[in-house]
Design a protein around this ligand. Sequence first.
Ligand SMILES: [Zn+2]
Length: 459
Amino acid sequence: MLFPPPSPIPESSVFHPQAGLSLCCRLAAGVLTLTLALFSQWQPGRAAEPGQPPARPDRARFDPRPLVARARAAGLQVFQGTHLVLLTDCLPQAAGLAELPNVFDQAFLVWCHHYGLKPDDYADWQACGCLIVDRERFRRAGLLPERLPDFANGYCDHHRFWLVEQSNPAYRRHLFLHEGVHAFTATLLNLNTPTWYTEGIAEWLATHRFVEGQSQFQHTPIPVAPDDVEQLGRIEMMRRLRQSAEAPSLEQVFALKPTLHGTISSYASAWAAVALLAEHPRYQQVFAATERQPLDSSFTRRLTSQPGWNATTASRDFDAFTADLDYGFECERMAIDWSVGRQLPATGATATVTATRGWQNSDWQLEAGRRYRLQASGRCRVGQLQRADGLLDLESTAAGISLDWYRGRPPQFQILAEGTAATFTAAIDGPLFLKINNRPANLTMSDGQLAVDIVSVDD
Ligand SMILES: [Zn+2]
């Protein structure tokens, strides 16, 4: 929670919303254990041969018209857009049904863009979705084949997908698009990738903000605000996994096994892995390059053998990502430089901490067992509040008033000191990391920097 300032506040006053400089020593090795039991209701299409470019789309004509005829004969509702036919036994007055084909058509453009496909080349591509209240009714209508497994929420088989009606229209829309991504990737890209990518990319491409009134789909792969993704809960789930020390490592996510009934934690973890790889400046290019190759079972191996891939760094980045993940998280601002840094001169040194980024490497190494004193100075902007008379800058000194720590302390960093001045003993050899304790979403509204003097006090 962002604590609003007590009112009235004079414009010139200094406000310290949960600010406070936090200092820490190098990432400690943590053992994360989570047995992920999981997921996926996906049927592979034809896999492309390794080393070949992605196969051209499956041009076998999918004709939804017989399905539409069966639905009409059975008294089901039919909604049609350019790329989607939706068949449902939901009540006609159920909110948000009629707009789903339009939402799908907008999302289709985003998915094409993600994979570098020209939408015009696939103008006649169509999928057929069944939104189900009563499965028996669809079975009787010949629209729910016996060969399908007993899926929990959704299932996709090439151009066709099925999903169970949800009580929340926003979550229904998400699930609908999630299955739609499966249909898109299975038929246009012959996707047959490891579970983490299959499910992670479906989550990543389905996550959106919906502009009511305009019926507008806005792709927000890392949501900016909780209200934009009602009941989705991916960020909250990752937070719970961190708090219970069950957040998976990147290796554990890569090893997810397909199951019919995925758990929320497995979907959240797969989404988090794709979000990191798609948005973090260190991985963006290699990930996109791997996605332009065949989306087959060698996907993970091909990704991790790309030039420049460092498994240790990737693992550490994913750990830091899940630790700090929050609404409004921007990988660019939160990316951490893990370089080892320089030896601290006997006379000490000064580091700067910018207000616009997450954890920052001071570039100065500390030695385990030695005592150091830190003294921070300066003032910076750590957020802004919209008020009737304009934007109010929220400023902080290094001391802050630390109303409380924003989300507690990151578990994988060993916090050694906080506040304006501190003396502490370095726990291990390694670079000193510093940050201004703030929400990721506030970093775009922040500005300025603090200076931190670092000196050894043992001599
Ligand atoms: Zn899925």
